[in-house]
Design a protein around this ligand. Structure first.
Ligand SMILES: NC(=O)c1ccc[n+]([C@@H]2O[C@H](COP(=O)([O-])OP(=O)(O)OC[C@H]3O[C@@H](n4cnc5c(N)ncnc54)[C@H](OP(=O)(O)O)[C@@H]3O)[C@@H](O)[C@H]2O)c1
Length: 286
């Protein structure tokens, strides 16, 4: 436990959140969080719910959103609107956009966080084209659609977009993760391309390139059970901190050298993967 604590500290650092600065930055603001029913989105909502903000929380599980709304509103600070929606679904998306249009106070900050990850090899994906369409639908098309709608309001408010991305978008792609990495990279590239134009409009853009985070998303992957991972509370603090620093990006300190190493050693990493995979096939552990 202690070993993990020290390793986590070394890999991810401490996050000192300045409550006074945060309060000043968010008081009276309207903040949209997609994927607020679980993991990073839930922790971010609970953290921001300590301040006088208007939160709009979106996810498919309305019961979870309702429970989060009740917890936050019981504290007597924030007002919470929940929108139960599958953001991949055209009708649900239209309802969300209609609901956002109806908000009297505009939008200040969007935390683009809802996401789906799939770990599956290409051989196992031959009959699963839908894995690629559903990851693109939630990780790429949904945030693009939402943001296109919200850009005029964000411009009017001098607002901010915070993208919850992954280190994978900066590294050479890992095998077994084609659907997830392609879709997260698609949105990362979209936002990086749009960012200078958005900044010209007075909209701040922040991207968090996250390593592993211990949330329900990684539970199905046994290999991650004992790996060092950030806590969702730590990421919530990073997101909140970005609201007063308005910094362009956050990444763990080792990602810069990691990006270089992943370029230089891509071939070697591939050889290692093929060697391991052949061994696993031979042993029937596949
Ligand atoms: N965990 C990690 O290791 C890690 C690392 C890097 C980046 N990230 C990114 O962090 C973000 C949050 O993930 P998490 O780790 O907190 O996972 P999580 O606990 O599984 O949360 C995912 C959230 O997205 C929502 N969501 C998924 N599909 C949706 C849909 N079709 N429509 C509306 N909402 C949907 C889920 O709510 P419902 O199920 O209620 O709809 C849930 O609230 C993701 O974008 C992920 O790519 C995670």
């Amino acid at each position: 436990m202690e070993r993990h604590h020290l390793l986590n500290r070394l890999l991810f650092g401490g996050i000192a959140l300045n409550a006074a600065k945060l309060e000043h930055a968010v008081s009276g603001k309207c903040i949209l969080i997609t994927g607020a029913s679980s993991g990073i989105g839930e922790k971010t909502a609970l953290l921001l719910g300590n301040y006088e903000v208007r939160l709009v929380l979106i996810a498919r599980r309305g019961d979870k959103l309702q429970a989060i709304k009740e917890t936050i509103e019981a504290r007597g600070k924030a007002a919470v609107t929940i929108m139960t929606a599958d953001l991949r679904n055209e009708d649900d998306m239209e309802k969300v956009l209609g609901g956002l249009r109806g908000l009297p106070y505009g939008m200040d900050i969007v935390v683009s966080n809802a996401g789906l990850s799939i770990r599956r090899g290409i051989e196992e994906s031959l009959e699963r084209y839908h894995d690629f369409t559903r990851t693109m639908a939630i990780n790429y098309f949904a945030p693009v659609r939402l943001l296109l709608h919200l850009i005029p309001e964000l411009e009017a408010k001098g607002g901010q977009i915070i993208n919850v991305s992954t280190i994978n978008a900066r590294l050479a792609p890992f095998p077994m993760w084609a659907a997830y990495q392609a879709s997260k990279s698609a949105f990362d590239v979209w936002l990086r391309s749009a960012s200078p134009e958005l900044r010209l409009l007075g909209i701040a853009v922040t991207t968090l390139y996250l390593p592993l985070v211990r949330t329900p998303m990684i539970e199905p992957t046994n290999a991650y059970a004992d790996m060092p991972a950030m806590k969702p509370d730590q990421v919530a603090a990073l997101i909140a901190k970005a609201m007063y620093s308005r910094r362009r990006l956050w990444k763990p300190w080792w990602l810069g050298p990691g990006e270089l190493a992943s370029l230089f050693f891509e071939g070697l990493a591939e050889k290692w993967f093929i060697f391991k995979r052949k061994g696993a096939k031979r042993d029937g552990d596949f």
